[in-house]
Design a protein around this ligand. Sequence first.
Ligand code: SF4
Length: 240
Amino acid sequence: MTEAERRAALEAIAAEVRACTGCRLHEGRTRAVPGEGHPSTEVVFVGEGPGMNEDREGRPFVGRAGDLLVRLLGSIGWRREDVFITNVVKCRPPQNRDPEPDEVAACAPFLRRQLEVLDPSLIVTLGRHSMGRFMPGTTISRVHGTVRPADPETGAGAALVLAMYHPAAALRTPAVEQASYADIGLLPAILEDARARRAGREAAVVPGSAAAAPAASPTPPVTNHSAPEPPALDQLTLFR
Ligand code: SF4
């Protein structure tokens, strides 16, 4: 898919989101928040749902949490406009309550379709509801800063997933903010790992390639990145 085709496909999904009445959250929204970012990026951040500022502006991660996300990205030399940012639910839950399971389920096809279009190498979950879509059955305090392959059912079968705390939680608790800076510091090395893993998988399906013979062994799950060797930031772009 070309960049123009990806951009058009993402905008078509966004138009559906803005008109969606698929769950009760549409009743209280000012504006739906489909997500935004570079259509050719390899990195997708997935938050939980829009808050008050996002609901007003129709954009994800604006306000103080968005400012912190920009600072976190800046700490590794990345820019907001070079990644894609979206949420598990696209409309604001009333009083910023947690999204209900049926609301998350109703909205899931939009996220899956966005990921199918973007086909990222790396997904970063922000907060426990986003983590729950990609790493079910655990807790954010246990898995933040760890990585695992994405379930193909998510729409991002070639991606690795890193779990992080939500920036709003980091704003409330200095220790969580400190952990968030440590976790995001892992991303450049993990992106390199994700690219290598992806290249190996793609080579394995090309007849006659070195990786195709004999049988390629499955890539083992990736867990803790405790001591990464970050690549030079000026050599790391976030695009295919
Ligand atoms: Fe539709 Fe998702 Fe909004 Fe619910 S949260 S109304 S499923 S776009």
